[in-house]
Design a protein around this ligand. Structure first.
Ligand code: ATP
Ligand code: MG
Length: 443
């Protein structure tokens, strides 16, 4: 038997403590599914007959964040374990929050879960799987099936439609015809769900295995055109075959998603959005062109990130990557100072990855990428961000009056330093005096 995961060990301990206190305690949901698939679960969820107040007395370190819904969170060094009381959700008012919860047994708790493969329990003591919804058989056959009537289940919480596509894509499973039909029918209502929840599911889709499959499925079920109409608009947008033998903009984007391997969320989003400016900029001059599509795409990405309530740090990086994705090709011809300023941008490594994938999913010419990798490997890090030769105080000491010109002077000094033409402070001072003779500066 493989060495047991520390998180699993802790989850087993949690169940044992609950059992000793007279409760039923089981592994539940995704971790059971993953164990049956032979995959290491991302996290362990425990479902129990114990009520929240009792759980809190047994685990003093637990946080009562979701206590109203019967869920508490136990922080552990490896992450967290969620401990939830078996429950049945009351009626949903807004396709998101149950009005009330009612505490029940595990059989009922299975019925409130989204898909059969996510609705199983495992008794860690006896190692038996408790499956009240046929999840094991669906897992064996590779099927994503809503628990109960798919239409009703999606109407309770429309986000389940995106989750269905996500699980089908991640495991390369198929949706049952009625589950898929309900998704198609209810797709327009996905926007009744909050932007944050949609964005979180999309980010998971983009960074898990099967991102290309996930977006094909979103497209096929009609969800894409509601969630990301700008991406849906890439379909059928033809490109010049000499650069893009693979096909239209959407096909190219899916190919890129296929090439991702455990990407950062920002890289994955940038891959999805990098050509979002192509549909509105397509023109037919001497050949099909997409003039300034990176600029237009950056503005569109801003709007998309805003709409999805993207966290600020991700927002800025994604937009920067989209805006700069055509600039890498110019690197070999750039002045050294400009190149170094570019290379030291925080997102540069991700940009190189983006452009490599972009090339691999089209013409496959990665000579520029190779040039850059080679350049970076020979670049002493201290020459990229050297210690400044002069400061504003130095300029004042040299007799210059502070003002907007300082920025220009210091930038010029740094440029020359990055070019390698200025080596030390004395040279920098002489350089400044030569370009800005002190007499000019007397005001
Ligand atoms: P992952 O491996 O991506 O974490 P997971 O199956 O563990 O997948 P979670 O979002 O962590 O999914 O949720 C844990 C469990 O809670 C699910 O397996 C499912 O049983 C249930 N669940 C989560 N979200 C919903 C929902 N929107 N509707 C119904 N049940 C849900
Ligand atoms: Mg989970």
């Amino acid at each position: 038997m493989p060495a047991m995961d520390k998180r699993e060990e802790t989850a087993r301990h949690v169940c044992a403590v609950l059992r000793r206190a007279g409760h039923r305690a089981l592994f539940a949901g995704g971790c059971v599914r993953d164990k049956l698939l032979g995959i290491t679960p991302k996290d362990f969820d425990v479902a129990t007959s114990a009520r929240v107040d009792h759980i809190l007395t047994l685990f003093p370190g637990a946080l009562a964040i979701g206590a109203a819904f019967g869920v508490i969170t136990l922080p552990i060094p490896e992450g967290r374990i969620e401990i939830a009381t078996f429950r049945r959700d009351g009626p949903y008012l807004d396709g998101r929050h149950p009005l009330s919860v009612e505490f029940v047994d595990e059989r009922e708790d299975a019925r409130r879960r989204d898909f059969t493969i996510n609705a199983m329990f495992l008794d860690p003591e006896s190692e038996t799987v408790l499956d009240y919804v046929g999840g094991r058989e669906d897992l064996r056959r590779g099927i994503v099936r809503a628990v109960g009537d798919p239409r009703r289940r999606f109407e309770e919480d429309y986000l389940r439609m995106i989750r269905g596509a996500r699980f089908a894509a991640r495991f390369d499973f198929s949706l049952t015809p009625d589950t898929e039909a309900a998704m198609r029918e209810l797709a327009p209502r996905i926007l009744h769900t909050s932007a944050e929840r949609i964005r979180e599911e999309l980010t998971l889709m983009l960074t898990e295995k099967g991102a290309a499959r996930a977006f094909s499925l979103l497209d096929r079920t009609g969800l894409l055109q509601h969630v990301l109409p700008e991406v849906s608009a890439m379909k059928g947008v033809q490109q010049p075959p000499e650069y893009h033998p693979e096909g239209d903009v959407f096909t190219h984007t899916l190919l890129m998603l296929e090439l991702l391997e455990a990407p950062s969320p920002t890289l994955a989003w940038a891959v999805l959005l990098h050509d979002v400016g192509k549909p509105p900029t397509q023109s037919l001059d001497d050949r099909i062109r997409f003039n300034f599509h990176h600029k237009v795409g950056a503005r569109m990405s801003e709007a998309i990130c805003r709409r999805l309530n993207m966290p600020n740090a991700m927002f800025d990086r994604i937009v920067w990557l989209v805006e700069n994705h055509m600039r890498l090709a110019d690197i070999p011809e750039m002045r050294e100072s400009r190149r170094k300023r570019f290379v030291r941008e925080a997102g540069f490594q991700e940009l190189v990855q983006l452009c490599r994938i972009d090339a691999m999913a089209s013409h496959r010419d990665i000579s520029v990428i190779d040039w850059i990798e080679n350049y970076l490997s020979q670049l002493p890090p201290e020459t990229v961000r050297p210690k400044p030769l002069l400061s504003g105080d130095d300029l004042i000491a040299m007799g210059y009056a502070p003002g907007p010109l300082f920025r220009e002077m210091l930038t010029a000094v740094e440029d020359a330093q990055l070019e390698g033409t200025l080596q030390n402070t004395a040279e920098a001072r002489a350089f400044v005096r030569r370009h800005w003779p002190p007499a000019d500066n007397r005001q």
